[in-house]
Design a protein around this ligand. Structure first.
Ligand code: SPV
Ligand code: MG
Length: 291
């Protein structure tokens, strides 16, 4: 089955589905091996792993290069965090073209302005996109995709930027009518009250995606009961790897020896396994026997 079709089915499934964050080919593979059915290519995590801020400091082609490695390394669908589409409708539709060429299953764009700022930084000062302009962007993206199953998800930042339910519902209706396949409703509250209020009014008119980074205390049952279709664990491979890398760097720096750490890191053979070294050895035997 095509990756696009897999993501479409996940989004439309009657069961709650989950995407796990990855930010390069390696973390993508780890997400797939853990059992997840899809990957969130997080803008925050990719930018952080490149050592830059989450405000479009990395160019869109630099991001697409990373996505190509992620897509080649995995067989589950990738939903890309497309920020604001890197410009106007024209930039956004070219992004769709380039993502489809790399076998990406879908893209999510948010109704803010380029260059964007992460939703958890000075969120009340973040200007939203004009509704009509954003609808044109969604339409241009949907009109550009060659594969009917490629997903364009519209992310609504009203709650993040300090607006209420009314403005959220107005935008949700407009973006759905413009052709969005699903809506991502973002919230920075520590509880799910904004999401619940939206879900009560929305009435299942199209699939809903959430990112419970700040309302992380919800149990699996509580998430299920919200009635949303897709949950994104948005940055947890990045955050866990920062913790692991800090710990090991500090310890090796202090001890100036590897004696105490060898058994707390994965063996090199695990690195080689993740890289698919065995396949190359078999190929060498077949194609290059005297090497
Ligand atoms: C990301 O993972 O980059 C996101 C989600 O866009 S958030 O960081 O919550 O804005
Ligand atoms: Mg992002």
């Amino acid at each position: 089955m095509k990756k696009t079709t897999k993501l479409k089915q996940l989004i439309h499934s009657s069961q709650l589905s989950y995407l796990m964050e990855a930010h390069n080919g390696l973390s993508g593979k780890i997400v797939e091996e853990a059992g997840f059915q899809g990957i969130w290519a997080s803008g925050l995590s990719i930018s952080a792993s490149m050592g830059v801020r989450d405000c479009n400091e990395a160019s869109w082609t630099q991001i697409v290069d990373i996505l190509e490695f992620m897509s080649d390394a995995t067989s589950i669908p990738i939903l890309v965090d497309g920020d604001t589409g890197y410009g106007n409708f024209n930039n956004a539709r070219r992004l769709v073209q380039k993502l489809e060429q790399r076998n990406i299953a879908g893209v999510c764009i948010e109704d803010k302005q380029f260059p964007k700022t992460n939703s958890f930084i000075n969120s009340h000062q973040q200007p939203l996109a004009d509704i009509t302009e954003f609808c044109g962007k969604i339409q241009a993206m949907k009109d550009t995709q060659k594969d009917d199953d490629f997903m364009v998800i519209a992310r609504i930042e009203t709650f993040i930027a300090g607006w209420g339910l009314e403005e959220t519902l107005k935008r949700a209706e407009a973006y759905r009518n413009a052709g969005a396949d699903a809506l991502l409703i973002h919230s920075k509250r520590s509880d799910s009250s904004e999401i619940e209020a939206f879900m009560n009014e929305w009435g299942g008119k199209c699939p809903i995606v959430i990112v419970p980074t700040t309302y992380y205390k919800l149990s699996a049952d509580e998430l299920e009961n919200l009635g949303v279709n897709l949950v994104i664990w948005a940055n947890h491979n990045l955050r866990s790897s920062i913790q692991a890398m800090k710990k090991i760097s500090q310890q090796i720096f202090q001890e100036q020896s590897l004696v105490n750490i060898e058994n707390s890191v994965v063996p090199l053979k695990e690195v080689f396994r993740l890289q698919g070294t065995e396949e190359l050895q078999k190929a060498e035997n077949e194609y290059f026997p005297n090497s």
